[in-house]
Design a protein. Structure first.
Length: 139
């Protein structure tokens, strides 16, 4: 069985946001076993799997990303869309645009402290589109 759905996340401010619940609310019934593949259809945001309990982790990740890829670097050529644009593309390459998660007993099979993150790297990124492909066995 293969199912595919596309949905749009609500707009988020710049930062790292826990979106596990929002993703699950947009999915059909999950198969007993299988895989969930997620793709974000944007080049200035990313998807990640990380710590879901302590909000300090999200705060610290923002600081790390901004130190790794600063705004207004004099060597950027792609600057027409504002100071957060080129850094957002670089950060999305570092983090990645996809996640693949195992499904067990019709649920995401993640670690106790893991959650799905939207890494929004633009100040005003707007709604973000996600393609979810579900592959599995309904038995």
């Amino acid at each position: 069985m293969i199912k595919q759905v596309e949905f749009t996340l609500k707009p988020y401010s710049r930062g790292v946001h826990l979106i596990t619940g929002e993703v699950l609310r947009n999915l059909p019934a999950l198969p007993r076993t299988g895989l969930l593949h997620l793709l974000i259809k944007h080049t200035s945001a990313a998807l990640a799997l990380n710590e879901n309990a302590d909000p300090d982790v999200r705060h610290d990740l923002n600081i790390i990303f901004d130190k790794l890829v600063p705004e207004n670097a004099p060597y950027y050529l792609h600057v027409d869309e504002g100071p957060d644009d080129m850094p957002s593309h670089a950060k999305s390459i570092i983090v990645g645009s996809t996640l693949t998660l195992p499904l067990t007993d019709a649920r995401l099979n993640m670690g106790t402290w893991q959650g799905i993150y939207l890494c929004e790297f633009r100040d005003y990124g707007g709604p973000r589109k996600i393609v979810a492909t579900i592959i599995g066995d309904m038995e």
